[in-house]
Design a protein around this ligand. Structure first.
Ligand code: SF4
Length: 355
């Protein structure tokens, strides 16, 4: 049994005589106003929710148990991206690190770029972050999923340390590729972020000081001292469209440059499905660590399509104002975002009126 009324741009309550009152702050004590979010308000045994597309307020009144499942009246659809949570490389990296059995454990770089996962790992395995291999002389060095240059492993073994290499297989294949190119006399150009651990590792395998470009405008700054063969590879997290744009400019300058698309296929699929999700939804939530390059890439990709894209580290950063008058929300996560962080966000969106 319910009653619906249409009041443009207003939310209110029905009193015991079923008269509509638009100012809920005047609700009598017996109705106990309790905002669940901006769309659903519980008023004692009555509740109201707003219907944005019609610009109307629809007010229902029931004899409700307080435990009513508000999801049943929800109007906000929450759609996860097709690819969520850990990628295969991250999963394998964590499993490999967990199998390390010769403490103390040391890392030069975070195993993966997610602080929540790192904290858990550090508590469970007593892992210590160090800035220099010479800072310790026993135990195990764990190499991160992003990989490292060949000198790191060599030096660790020389110091008698056990080495657990969790480098993702996709990154390892890029190492092999650039090493082979360097051995054949190619100058390798890397498209990627100069400060990222993965790019530094690839650079080391490519022979040391090789050019790195982040965007088209940096191509002009590349200085090539000798004539010879040239090749280009990419950071595995790069967006294919950006890669193609930079390659076009490189080709116009050096027509014979050889192109190797080393973007991770699994991540590329995540990019493609996110592009679709960003078109189909009014608000997009990107979940991941602010130090995660691939999560930033997802954020950039989505924002270029949908300006209502928000990057959060975890559920505590959700802001209900983002969902005002929203009916469709898409969520996506970086490849190093654990499932439990994603689940908490989903639960909170459900509480805010999503289903
Ligand atoms: S995103 Fe791709 S390259 Fe990066 S860790 Fe995952 S599987 Fe490996």
């Amino acid at each position: 049994m319910f009653m619906a009324v249409h009041i443009p741009e207003q939310i209110g309550y029905l009193d015991e005589d079923r008269n509509f009152h638009s100012d809920p702050s005047n609700a009598p004590e017996i109705l106990k106003l309790e905002p669940i979010n901006e769309q659903v308000w519980v008023l004692g045994y009555a509740f109201a929710y707003r219907n944005p597309p019609l610009n109307d307020a629809i007010v229902f009144t029931f004899d409700l148990p307080k435990s009513i499942n508000l999801k049943k009246v929800s109007k906000m659809r929450v759609s996860p991206n097709h690819y969520m949570g850990f990628c295969r490389g991250v999963e394998r990296s964590i499993d490999t690190a967990n199998s390390a059995d010769e403490p103390p454990f040391h890392m030069l770089e975070r195993l993966i770029h997610n602080n929540h996962v790192m904290r858990k790992l550090e508590e469970e395995k007593d892992i210590r972050m160090v800035s220099d291999l010479r800072d310790f002389d026993n135990g195990t060095l764990i190499i991160s999923a992003h990989g490292a240059g060949p000198d790191v492993k060599r030096q660790a073994e020389k110091q008698g340390l056990k080495v657990i290499d969790t480098t993702c297989a996709v990154v390892t294949s890029v190492h092999k590729r650039v090493k082979s190119l360097n051995d054949q006399g190619y100058l390798v150009i890397i498209i990627g972020d100069k400060n990222h651990a993965e790019v530094k590792g690839i650079q080391a395998w490519a022979g040391g000081v090789v050019p790195i470009v982040t965007n088209v405008s940096e191509v002009d700054q590349i200085v090539v001292n000798k004539k010879g063969k040239m090749a280009v590879v990419s950071q595995t997290t790069q967006d294919l469209d950006i890669f193609k744009r930079i390659v076009t400019v490189l080709r116009s300058k050096w027509p014979n440059i050889e192109i190797f698309n080393t973007i991770c296929k699994e991540l590329h699929k995540r990019h493609l499905s996110l592009k679709q999700l960003s078109k189909e939804n009014e608000v997009i939530i990107i979940i991941g660590d602010r130090g995660s390059a691939n999560t930033h890439r997802l954020n950039d990709i989505s924002k270029a399509i949908n300006p209502n894209t928000y990057f959060i580290d975890n559920v505590s950063e959700l802001d209900c104002r983002w969902f005002k008058d929203t009916r469709r929300v898409g969520i996506a996560s970086g490849t190093s975002t654990p499932d439990w962080i994603i689940e908490e966000v989903k639960e909170e969106l459900g509480r805010l009126g999503g289903s």
